[in-house]
Design a protein around this ligand. Structure first.
Ligand SMILES: C[S@@+](CC[C@H](N)C(=O)[O-])C[C@H]1O[C@@H](n2cnc3c(N)ncnc32)[C@H](O)[C@@H]1O
Length: 242
């Protein structure tokens, strides 16, 4: 069985749901926040799992040298149509490594924890560590386990921006380390179901993995503005320095 994230029909079908105009436009503010939170003063940026390239394109428009890496041809084609100032690379995050080449690496919108073998997550973090120059910084933004535990509902449904109905069923498994999601996309009278899973990290677990990968200085926040990773945190954002 191919891995779920290698199924292009998943990204194609959910594109309008995952990346509505509002989310694409939010990249502008998010890039401002990323640059402020990391106190960024470098030039070379890697957007790992760049998807449709919303952050990469914004960073390139500001004059940074940007590499956007993703393994979805479909999403990279969307990215290419956003900017020709970015180096777009089709590669798996487990394999992409360019030693000492970047001052900033970002991994946004829960693009981490996708592998059956959890050691692969550490391999990705080691690649990132190796791709950074000394003093470089890595920012990762995922849904945190603590927040998910607080808001968890087995079934959720909503109408997406494009008018389709989405029904999501969620199961926690593997000793509260992973979530399995069944997403049903209903457009008109047609329904498609996709099942995928990913590893969930608490703040401490993510810090531990980052330290295992070689990062010495790791801070966690509850949003990209640098809010506390406390009860009100909606995201788990870690900023790790090499
Ligand atoms: C939720 S999307 C986020 C995209 C982008 N970071 C953003 O914020 O718009 C997750 C992305 O991870 C990419 N991805 C999934 N598995 C991957 C892998 N093994 N190697 C590289 N990219 C991967 C997907 O193709 C998708 O673009």
């Amino acid at each position: 069985m191919p891995e779920w994230y290698a199924d292009e029909s998943f990204w194609e079908s959910f594109y309008p749901v995952m990346f509505p105009a509002e989310r694409m436009d939010s990249a502008w503010v998010q890039v401002e926040q990323i640059l402020a939170l990391t106190k960024f003063g470098g030039k070379d940026v890697l957007d790992l799992c760049c998807g449709p390239g919303r952050h990469s394109a914004e960073l390139a428009a500001r004059g940074y040298n940007v590499t956007g890496v993703d393994r979805s041809d479909f999403l990279l084609s969307k990215a290419r149509s956003r900017s020709d100032a970015v180096e777009w690379v089709h590669e798996d995050m487990r394999d992409f490594v360019r030693p000492e080449s970047y001052d900033l690496v970002i991994n946004m919108f829960t693009s981490f924890g996708y592998f059956d073998d959890k050691d692969d997550d550490v391999r990705v973090l080691r690649n990132i560590h190796s791709s950074l120059r000394d003093g470089g910084v890595f920012l990762i933004d995922v849904i945190g386990k603590e927040y998910l535990a607080k808001i968890f509902q087995p079934t959720v449904s909503y109408t997406a921006a494009d008018g389709s109905t989405v029904v999501q069923r969620h199961e926690i498994f593997d000793d509260w380390t992973r979530i399995r999601n069944h997403w049903v996309l209903i457009r008109g009278d047609r329904a498609k179901t996709f099942t995928f899973h990913h590893t969930l990290y608490s703040a401490q677990e993510l810090k531990d993995r980052l330290q295992l990968a070689g990062f010495g200085d790791v801070a966690v926040y509850g949003d990209l503005e640098g809010g506390e990773y406390g009860l009100d945190a909606r995201r788990l954002v870690a900023v790790a320095r090499k």
